[in-house]
Design a protein around this ligand. Structure first.
Ligand code: SAM
Length: 137
């Protein structure tokens, strides 16, 4: 596969995620997520991942999530003490929802729009890099 064809695929993938974003940023599920994010200790991660992250002792450590979508998982890392937080996603529309969710949670992660195959070189160093289901293809 050439770099041109990879770029064409990622651009199409980005367009599809942006086109679907409005469906996720409205309705009962979104309203529930907004309410949950405002609760202390907001955490949507599953027990297995939580247990692994506790073993890694991420409290006070910096974390980046690659493909953070609406930042619900990124914000959950704060409940385990990780900070500062950086979320990277290609979709500006989902990152906009992430900003709303962050505001509800009273948290201020950096949310960066970028293609994970063409990341800027000035992202610094992070103690934890998290990538979860549905991102890499
Ligand atoms: C299924 S969602 C991740 C959901 C997350 N695991 C959760 O449960 O909240 C996949 C995300 O990966 C992002 N993504 C996919 N390919 C990407 C790429 N090449 N660069 C940046 N983000 C990408 C999409 O925009 C989308 O927001």
């Amino acid at each position: 596969m050439t770099s041109e064809s990879i770029f064409a695929y990622t651009q199409a993938n980005k367009a599809a995620w942006n086109a679907s974003a409005h469906l996720h940023g409205q309705g009962a599920s979104w309203d529930r997520l907004l309410l949950a994010a405002a609760q202390p200790g907001f955490n949507v991660l599953d027990d297995c991942l939580i247990s692994t992250l506790r073993e890694l002792a991420i409290a006070g450590r910096s974390a980046v999530q690659i493909g953070c979508n609406n930042a619900r998982e990124l914000l959950s890392l704060a409940a385990l003490g990780a900070q500062p937080l950086l979320g990277i996603d290609q979709s500006s529309a989902f990152l906009a929802q992430g900003a709303v969710l962050s505001d509800r949670a009273g948290l201020h992660p950096r949310l960066l729009e970028a293609n994970i195959y063409q990341l800027p070189s000035d992202l610094g160093q992070h103690d934890l890099a998290l990538i979860t289901i549905g991102v890499a293809n």
